[in-house]
Design a protein around this ligand. Structure first.
Ligand code: ADP
Ligand code: TRP
Length: 333
């Protein structure tokens, strides 16, 4: 598989959390060791919901600093802002002509918003902008512009990759040439469901996240808020159905897990103790990365330089793809 291209994007819609880290960032960094990696900040996708300029800027820097603090080497991996690659938007318009409207009607984010409106009895298009409706086309442009083979994403994004494949195949078929590379999703199934503070899937939309870059003190305070049942200290507890233990597993060795599981099973371990054990492993894991993150986020000029450099390298590739398509389609000279 050498020479294959792996690409993914993260929307700047909030401070990244532990679910994003294990479900998206780490698997993508693992793939970057073996493939040519292109990772970007999907700020135009975020624009559908983040419509305040200072917030957009802050979130964008936070995602960039997060990638690097978690181990991305910008010399090896192409790291750029989506908005710095104008060919994305040209390709997006190109793709529109080959995208069936019915395909968009069936895309899950739009369909969910639409059915929620019906349930609520409000207008069916209430708060649905065209950015949400055409979201999968912009995402297809992100992917197809960069000759992508593999797209690591969460399960919820699989449909979007299938849409990208569908559009690419239509274009290739229409012009009778392999103009666009047809991508495939890489889904990290085991890590798809990191639980949040309340035991449901960790998600910004549930307000149950553990953000990556809290101070030790804030982190401890937050972990103490994890929902538990009302079992007393002396009662024997089951690690396998415990939310605290599920999180602990992500940050610990098998030995540490066996040791904590044994303490659950003999009794005498209160939820406060389990949370403290969790805090210790999470903090130990995050502390060195947090230090890097804090330094990166304090130097916006350095982050800008990295993103600018990424964008100029990215544009060599995107211009080539767009040139190929324009020529094939008889657009321009
Ligand atoms: P959120 O649900 O907090 O808005 P996003 O939808 O922005 O998160 O997710 C960004 C990436 O992180 C996606 O690839 C997604 O699959 C992954 N991800 C988010 N939450 C989790 C989770 N709880 N467990 C595993 N992966 C997750
Ligand atoms: N839609 C993705 C998400 O919500 C983010 C994204 C935008 C993306 N463009 C992409 C992911 C291209 C992979 C490839 O998580």
């Amino acid at each position: 598989m050498a020479g294959k291209v792996v690409l993914t994007g993260i929307k700047p819609t909030g401070i990244p959390h532990i679910g994003n880290y294990f479900g998206a960032i780490r698997p993508a960094l693992g793939l970057a060791d073996n493939f040519e990696a292109r990772y970007f900040i999907a700020d135009y996708h975020a624009l559908n919901s983040v419509q305040d300029s200072a917030t957009m800027r802050d979130y964008t820097y936070q995602i960039a600093a997060t990638w690097i603090a978690c181990g991305l080497d910008p010399k090896k991996v192409l790291l750029y802002r989506q908005s710095d690659v104008p060919e994305t938007f040209e390709l997006s318009t190109f793709l529109m002509a080959f995208t069936a409207k019915g395909l968009m009607n069936r895309a899950h984010a739009y369909k969910d918003a639409f059915s929620k409106n019906l349930e609520k009895g409000v207008d069916q298009d209430h708060e649905i902008n065209m950015g949400l409706f055409t979201y999968p086309v912009l995402m297809a442009a992100d992917i197809l512009l960069f000759d992508t083979d593999l797209v690591p994403v969460g399960r919820d994004q699989k449909q979007h990759i299938e849409i990208a494949c569908d559009i690419a195949q239509r274009i290739n078929h229409n012009y009778g040439a392999e103009l666009l590379r047809v991508p495939q999703p890489v889904i990290s199934s085991t890590l798809d469901l990191i639980p949040g503070l309340d035991g449901r899937k960790m998600s910004k939309s549930y307000g149950n996240t553990i953000p990556l870059w809290l101070s030790s003190k804030e982190l401890r305070k937050l972990l103490m808020k994890i929902t538990t049942n009302s079992q007393g200290v002396e009662e024997v507890k089951d690690p396998d159905t415990c939310n605290i233990f599920a999180l602990f597993k992500l940050f610990s060795t098998e030995e540490q897990q066996a040791e904590l599981a044994a303490r659950y099973r003999v009794g005498g371990l209160g939820w406060g103790h389990a949370k403290q054990a969790l805090f210790e492993v999470v903090d130990a894991h995050l502390a060195p990365m947090r230090e890097k993150y804090d330094a990166l986020i304090a130097d916006k000029a350095a982050l800008d330089a990295i993103l600018d450099e990424g964008a100029s390298r990215a544009r060599v590739i995107s211009a080539a793809t767009m040139g190929r398509l324009r020529k094939a389609a008889g657009l321009g000279r």
